[in-house]
Design a protein around this ligand. Structure first.
Ligand code: UDP
Ligand code: MG
Length: 156
């Protein structure tokens, strides 16, 4: 099982798209195991996007991410990091495929609605940045054995 860090960015919150986006993850079969709203500080945005420091879009990105509240989610499932990235679509809303979150709900390149961790290392780092101890739940879902084939012992 993997847990990935999803941020519904300020444009998603302002446009009233939180419910629709969260529903997509729930309907896919991924489990929501952490969720909160917050306003990201400049310091936190800088740490989260440290890899992008110095790039032409960096200042705009930090300004955008700190401009209005976000909704932060911890989302769990087998392969959840890659699954969430494919559900998000390509970075730019203008290029993202129809059927993806960015492709269906946005046309902007920088205001692209959603962040998702891009590797297990990034996910662990980002969950530690945005959630405190005890904020991410152990969730024993009653439906788990219908979401996954458990006949071999492990979720397939
Ligand atoms: N971004 C931007 N202009 C660019 C590239 C990225 O405004 O040319 C913003 C965009 O909001 C993106 C974020 O910076 O989601 C992080 O960029 P990254 O390349 O990591 O894209 P992601 O992993 O979010 O798809
Ligand atoms: Mg990225």
């Amino acid at each position: 099982m993997e847990t990935t860090l999803i941020i519904l960015k300020p444009d998603a919150v302002q446009r009233g798209l939180m419910g629709k986006i969260i529903t997509r993850f729930e309907e896919k079969g991924l489990a929501i195991v952490g969720m909160k709203m917050m306003t990201i500080s400049e310091e936190l945005a800088g740490t989260h996007y440290a890899d992008h420091a110095g790039k032409p879009f960096y200042n705009g990105l930090v300004g955008f991410m700190t401009s209005s509240p976000v909704c932060v989610l911890a989302v769990r499932g087998v392969g959840a990091i890659a699954i969430a990235r494919s559900m998000m679509g390509a970075t730019f809303g203008s290029k993202a495929d129809a059927g993806t979150i960015r492709g269906d709900f946005g046309v902007s390149n920088s205001f692209n609605l959603i962040h998702g961790s891009d590797s297990p290392e990034a996910a662990a780092k980002e969950i530690g940045l945005f959630f405190g101890e005890g904020d991410v739940q152990g969730l024993d879902r009653a439906i788990e054995s219908w979401v996954y084939d458990m006949s071999g012992g492990d979720p397939e």
